[in-house]
Design a protein around this ligand. Structure first.
Ligand code: ATP
Length: 306
């Protein structure tokens, strides 16, 4: 759906994007992650033909970035400028009228469908200035859906939204993806991308430092986490297999958690919880960037504990 090779953009001496090889496949929910200023927006703009690369190539839906491929792409880069005293439906009609042609009835149907998809069908008579930020964002998404796109490209679609708004957008993107739309979104929030995406690319200072399936980054570590009030006893029993001893848990080398549980219980050790440990995306990102918590996507989503 999107493939870039050695994509580079320089602004004078600033390399906003360097040698980027990005691959978004059909059906992906691709999360493009990186801190502010890492080059996400510049990349998105190059993919959409809004900015010319300094060097490198972009292939969009198997072809060049141009009228034909872009007609199948819905994009929300900087929220579209809505006319605030007009209602959502009228705004969409105006935007749709500027797009590729169709008869009046099918245009009307397209607008209705898009409003329905984003859950705004019931409130479309209110002027846009009375919309909450979440509703505006959904209306923006509706404008991107007018073309019934095969690929949705969204730059920070949940910026400024409260947890409820973030959830709504996430559910909506899930639903669209289930119906066959490939979703590509940029974000600086790791938690958001982890909750939505199947595939991840991580940008750091203009370079892709990590790309792959989310499941790859969440693979098993070969350790089992055991929480027990009988820590000392458990540690004694598992001597030689304990990789780490915490205040209230042990990490034990084992590829058979059920067996481990049975052994502990048989020996009279009370087990509170026991389960295989997985790598986290956060760990993978930190390993790839060698960055501290102020660099890549570790800011909690709005409403999460700070
Ligand atoms: P944010 O999340 O803050 O939007 P980003 O990851 O999208 O950040 P970009 O906006 O792509 O990052 O910017 C990458 C770098 O390129 C930054 O250092 C930025 O200052 C620089 N840059 C972007 N656009 C221009 C421009 N038109 N002229 C000069 N420098 C630019």
């Amino acid at each position: 759906m999107i493939r870039t090779e050695q994509l580079t953009k320089r602004y004078g001496r600033i390399a906003a994007v360097s040698d980027l090889d990005l691959e978004v496949r059909e059906g992906d929910r691709y999360g493009f992650l990186g801190p502010n200023g890492s080059g996400k927006t510049t990349t998105v703009r190059m993919v959409l033909g809004l900015v010319l690369p300094t060097s490198g190539t972009v292939s969009l839906l198997g072809g060049k970035v141009g009228r034909e491929s872009l007609a199948q792409v819905g994009a929300l880069v900087e929220g579209p400028a809505f006319v605030s005293h007009l209602n959502g439906r009228t705004n969409l009609r105006l935007l749709d009228a500027a797009g590729p042609g169709a008869d009046r009835r099918s245009r009307r149907r397209r607008v209705d469908e898009a409003l329905e998809q984003v859950g705004l069908a019931g409130v479309d008579r209110r002027p846009v200035r009375a919309y909450s930020l979440g509703m505006r964002q959904r209306l923006g998404l509706a404008s991107a859906l007018l073309r019934r796109p095969r690929l949705l490209v969204l730059d920070e679609p949940t910026n400024g939204l409260d947890p409820q708004g973030i959830r709504e957008i996430r559910d909506l993107l899930h639903a669209l993806n289930r119906e066959g739309t490939t979703v590509f979104l940029s974000s600086h929030l790791l938690s958001e991308v982890e909750a939505l995406c199947t595939r991840i690319g991580v940008l750091d200072r203009g370079r892709m430092v990590l790309q792959g399936d989310l499941a790859e980054f969440q693979s098993l570590t070969g350790l089992v986490e055991v929480r027990t009030p009988d820590l000392t006893r458990a540690a004694g029993l598992l001597d030689g297999r304990v990789a780490e001893r915490g205040l209230d848990h042990l990490l034990v080398r084992s590829d058979d958690p059920a067996r481990l549980n049975a052994d502990l219980v048989e020996a009279g050790v009370r087990v509170t919880t026991l389960g295989p440990q997985r790598r986290t995306l956060e760990g993978a990102v930190l390993d790839a960037t060698g960055a501290g918590s102020d660099r890549v996507g570790l800011a909690p989503a709005a409403g999460e504990g700070r």
